[in-house]
Design a protein around this ligand. Structure first.
Ligand code: HEC
Ligand code: HEC
Length: 346
């Protein structure tokens, strides 16, 4: 039943988009401009990104949104950011463990869901990038992702009259530079705010939880929230959760060079987690049930494994089901069908 409702919402969103957005120029006609803008959700802390030197405007946002969905940013003009960060999967990839870049080359890490990025102090599974305006440099130039050079991207954009006009209007520049390109992308990525799940409504007192969801939340607060801290469902720390005795991916060690950081990865947010499978930095688990079996009963002690995880008492199968019921309340369907975040050319 839930899936049918979801499918209906999706269909109506697609129809709505089709009807309301005729021009392929990044216009913002798909939503109500008076209601638009970066807002801090009631239960959220202050964001990390404050649009310093990149004041938010609707033209800049519309431009970033167009770029996010445009294949022009990749070497063969076939891949966009949305190829691996799809709205109907909460801006993660389409159910694949590893994403295919140019020519089908696979990367080594699972594409994370993108939401509430303005609150992130650092990006990537290892925290290797510390600014939302710098982050796109990695996928744009990575050989396993879009495999382009900044020089070539700028040449393509500067040869495109539509983009020349849109950048002129948004940033008052005659020549498109990497700075304004990255700023425009950040205007869009910082607006991917997910804060209207059943959980948020429960916290606001506008929805109620079933007994199972309530019990799930209690167990979650007891056993999981130390790392997956509300309301962002991550404390942004890096942890080794004992997935392997020796981690092939060095993780945080790549950034700090410290061998004790081997196999540590940033605690992922669990917002929309029911829609962002497969899980873990390498997408090794397909179901939440597998994740829980590992997390609570299966963590290996590799000498770096977080000690609190090793000490957790195993979950009963009833507790496991309750936690999963609770995790399902983090799904924010409005976020995934929001016309203002959808591809403006469809
Ligand atoms: C080929 C697939 C692919 C494409 C295309 C791609 N990404 Fe990603 N993205 C990934 C993967 C995989 C990661 C995780 C990388 C890592 O941790 O090393 C990631 C990570 C990110 C993150 C960090 C999220 C976090 O939780 O820290 C952001 C933000 C992001 N991508 C935005 C973008 C933008 C903007 C574009 C377009 C310019 C883009 N991506 C294009 C696969 C892709
Ligand atoms: C010690 C910190 C810590 C605790 C406690 C913890 N987790 Fe995690 N969790 C992590 C880290 C780190 C990852 C990512 C590990 C990786 O990919 O290598 C993760 C991954 C996950 C994922 C996969 C998310 C994704 O997008 O890939 C889920 C789901 C999850 N945890 C749920 C839980 C639940 C439920 C609990 C409580 C029963 C819990 N976690 C307790 C640190 C923790």
């Amino acid at each position: 039943m839930k899936q049918i409702i979801f499918a209906l919402i999706l269909i109506s969103a697609v129809v709505f988009n089709f009807v309301s957005c005729k021009k392929k120029d990044g216009n913002v006609s798909t939503y109500n401009a008076t209601n638009w803008g970066f807002k801090i959700p009631a239960n959220f802390p202050l964001p990390n990104y404050t649009f310093e030197n990149n004041a938010q405007t609707i033209d800049r946002f519309g431009l970033g949104r167009l770029l996010f969905y445009d294949n022009i940013l990749s070497l063969n003009n076939k891949i966009s950011c949305s190829s691996c960060h799809a709205p109907d999967h909460a801006f993660s990839d389409h159910n694949v463990a590893l994403s295919a870049g140019i020519g089908g080359v696979l990367g080594t890490r699972n594409a994370p869901s993108l939401s509430n990025l303005a609150w992130y102090p650092a990006f990537m599974w290892d925290g290797g990038v510390n600014h939302i305006e710098v982050q796109p440099m990695v996928p744009l130039t990575s050989p396993t992702e879009m495999n382009e050079t900044m020089a070539n991207i700028l040449a393509k954009l500067n040869a495109n009259t539509n983009y020349k006009n849109l950048f002129k209007k948004a940033y008052d520049v005659d020549v498109i530079t990497d700075q304004v390109l990255l700023q425009a992308l950040a205007q869009f990525t910082s607006m991917l705010i997910s804060a209207d799940s059943k959980y948020d409504q429960y916290i606001a007192g506008t929805a109620s939880f079933t007994d199972a969801e309530k019990t799930g939340l209690d167990i979650f607060r007891n056993k999981c929230a130390g790392c997956h801290t509300e309301p962002l469902f991550t404390n942004f720390s890096y942890e080794n959760i004992g997935l392997d005795m020796v981690s092939v991916d060095l993780g945080r060690q790549l950034i700090t060079q410290n061998p004790l950081d081997r196999g540590k990865f940033r605690v992922p947010s669990l917002r929309n987690v029911a829609k962002t499978y497969p899980y873990m930095h390498d997408g090794r688990f397909f179901t939440l049930s597998q994740v829980l079996d590992h997390h609570i009963n299966g963590a290996l002690n590799n000498g770096i494994t977080d000690s609190t995880l090793l000490q957790l008492t195993p979950l009963t199968s009833a507790e496991k089901l309750d936690i999963i019921q609770f995790l399902n309340t983090l799904t924010d369907i409005q976020f995934m069908v929001d016309p203002s975040l959808a591809d403006p050319t469809h």
